[in-house]
Design a protein around this ligand. Structure first.
Ligand code: FRU
Length: 424
């Protein structure tokens, strides 16, 4: 095999490793890296739909951007079915948990707008039915391109397959609200190649999704992060010394951890329009540690690259564990080496008493972290739950060197703009 240097010329790099030793340092319930308890009496944004992954409109530098004073967010969204016989239990009651758990199969991209960065008003679907080539419209990123209101929505077209795509449209404002126009032609960009990134043929449980394009603050070029798994047949990956790291005696056994092969992928655009991309080797791999590093994104701060990604308890490998939440890594240059923030990588996890209270955290450059409410226990034992499908309280976080600290809590779904663009 050619080395990275030969193959990619200007961007030689070795993926950084999130090791099993790093993950052994994860401590659930450390107050500096734990999301405050979400109360079971949370308000629901909209009773007709579930929402989960939230994608604030932003520019290519990562700044959350309002237009003509209107904040805009995109969300993965699915109808709620309180009256559908398919979702009634034996007693005729709505089985909201089953409806919620089925949502991924019918996820669609919707948008919302607000004057205050919260209390979001329903906008509607971004693409008309039939525009997107697949059943599922999965996560991505809406980019405001210019003051004409042009928006490139990068997202994942899933089932069949999983393709990183983009669709261009325009945001239009009036005194009364915001609409999205266009978004009629979806352009496929790339899919997993089986050489760098695992394909469905190599592993039916592969992940390849969640594009996050950005302009590198140093070289000015257009890149994209995404979630992937390391290429290779399922079960063929080696969890060796490098992946294990410096573990104490008695921690050398890796069990079946070869099945966990998450990575943070990166691609570089061949031109500024973002129509033509080349996949590069992953920035970060978690072989033997975790199977999912979802929705990767950056905060560029103090000349450093802060890489954040969400992950789950259930996707950890044998012998390591951690809460659902957002994990982070930091480097001095784009291609690393990356080291785990707070030693372990854990940045903001759910408290162990409410392990599913929130997910899909997105860290914004102002230190605010948005997420959605998944489910919150309503009794002591945690057997009764209330399903969310709505915005969680925003958390304020400080990022300092190699550490992060939870410092504040704000209103539900508070996503204030960092800059405003007046449309021409
Ligand atoms: C995160 C996530 C994304 C994916 C979407 C599917 O919550 O798993 O990785 O795009 O949700 O619903």
């Amino acid at each position: 095999m050619k080395t990275t240097t030969e193959k990619f010329g200007a961007t030689p790099h070795q993926p950084s490793l999130w090791t099993r030793a790093d993950a052994l340092k994860v401590r659930a319930d450390d107050p500096t890296t734990t999301q405050p308890l979400v109360s079971a009496d949370f308000p629901v944004l909209n009773n007709d739909v579930f929402i989960w992954d939230t994608m604030p409109l932003r520019d290519l530098d990562g700044n959350v951007t309002s237009v003509d004073g209107w904040s805009v967010i995109f969300t993965l969204t699915a109808d709620r079915h309180p009256n559908d016989p398919q979702y009634l239990d034996e007693d005729g009651n709505y089985d909201i948990l089953r409806d919620w758990n089925d949502r991924h199969g019918r996820a669609k991209m919707y948008y919302w707008f607000s004057r205050t960065g919260k209390n979001w008003e329903f906008g509607g679907r971004v693409m008309a039915e039939g525009v997107s080539p697949t059943a599922r419209e999965w996560a991505g990123t809406p980019i405001l391109l210019n003051d004409r209101g042009e928006v490139d929505l990068y997202y994942t077209a899933v089932t069949p397959g999983a393709t990183i795509v983009k669709v261009r449209g325009r945001v239009v404002t009036t005194e009364h609200g915001v609409s999205m126009v266009g978004f009629e032609k979806v352009k496929p960009l790339f899919e997993a190649d089986g050489n760098l990134y695992q394909t469905e043929a190599q592993n039916a449980f592969w992940g390849f999704r969640d594009p996050w394009p950005f302009r590198d603050p140093n070289d000015g070029k257009l890149y994209m992060l995404f979630e992937g798994n390391v290429a290779g047949e399922r079960g063929s990956h080696k969890v060796g010394e490098a992946e294990i790291g410096d573990v104490p005696p008695g921690y050398e056994d890796v069990g079946n951890s070869r099945f966990q092969t998450a990575c943070v992928g990166i691609a570089v655009a061949r031109g500024a329009d973002g129509d033509d991309w080349e996949m590069l080797p992953p920035l970060l791999t978690a072989v033997g540690v975790n199977d999912q590093t979802e929705r990767p994104h950056f905060v560029f701060q103090d000349g450093k690259y802060y890489l954040f990604t969400i992950s789950h308890t259930f996707t950890y490998a044998d012998g390591v564990t951690g809460p659902d939440g957002v994990y982070g890594f930091v480097a001095d240059s784009l291609f690393g080496p990356y080291v785990p923030l707070n030693g372990s990588g854990l940045v903001l996890g759910n408290p162990s008493s409410q392990p599913f209270q929130t997910y899909s955290h997105y860290v914004m450059p102002n230190g605010l972290v948005t997420s959605f409410i998944d489910s919150v226990p309503t009794d002591e034992t945690g057997t009764q739950i209330r399903v969310g499908g709505t915005e969680a309280p925003t958390v304020g976080m400080k990022i300092k060197g190699l550490q992060t600290f939870v410092v504040a809590e704000y209103d539900y779904g508070y996503i204030p703009p960092m800059l405003d663009v007046t449309l021409k």
